[in-house]
Design a protein around this ligand. Structure first.
Ligand SMILES: [Zn+2]
Length: 200
């Protein structure tokens, strides 16, 4: 899979071969300090009907659930109608236009006059997860394929809650190298989530 990043779209993408950027000793390299604030926050999770119609309800819920209960300061509540502020909204499509990835995450601010898409390092209060059925399906339907799809979902929701790629070489579900064996938040991922939101 190729990795493509749109300058205008500020999109975080998951590819299996690309390793972009260098490593850093600074922890903040691996999470966005803005967006949902660096403090206790309650985030609203919502699934578009496309998630169920493509058959990904379980994987989407598994993806978001994996980031619960790591820090008490990040609370995630599912909503039955589309939320606005402090929300993670989830969609599945059949080929994301211009992309060759399993999923993307966009970050938005919501204001009186509508939506503004922002760079993830800027203040934002909404994330949109878009998963690509065509590329997910290519991972196969056996147990390994399921484990890889789970990685893709957990990884994208990791972006949604504010984590960046972690290609430092330690086990991380935020690595751009998709893996069937590290498809849950790893120790390093939990550490950075706790740093971002604070931990009680
Ligand atoms: Zn990614």
């Amino acid at each position: 899979m190729k990795f493509r990043k749109s300058i205008m779209m500020a999109v975080a993408a998951l590819g299996i071969t690309a390793v972009l950027g260098g490593t850093s000793a600074f922890a903040a390299t691996y999470y966005h300090t803005h967006g949902f604030a660096k403090s206790a926050v309650s985030v609203n999770y919502w699934k578009d009907s496309s998630v169920a119609s493509y058959g990904y309800t379980g994987l989407a819920d598994t993806g978001i659930d994996s980031w619960r209960n790591i820090t008490d300061n990040l609370t995630i509540n599912e909503k039955t109608s589309e939320p606005t502020y402090f929300s993670i909204v989830t969609y599945v499509g059949n080929t994301i236009s211009g992309m060759d990835v399993y999923g993307v995450v966009d970050h938005w601010t919501y204001g009186l006059f509508g939506w503004t898409q922002v760079n993830p390092d800027n203040l934002r209060d909404r994330a949109r997860v878009r998963m690509d059925h065509t590329n997910l399906k290519s991972l196969g339907s056996d147990s390994t394929g399921y484990a890889l799809k789970k990685y893709a979902f957990v990884h994208e929701f990791g972006h949604a809650v504010g984590l960046k790629h972690n290609n430092s070489g330690v086990a991380s579900v935020m690595s751009e190298s998709i893996s069937s064996s590290t498809n849950t938040p790893q120790i390093t991922d939990k550490t950075y989530l706790k740093e971002k939101y604070g931990d009680n």
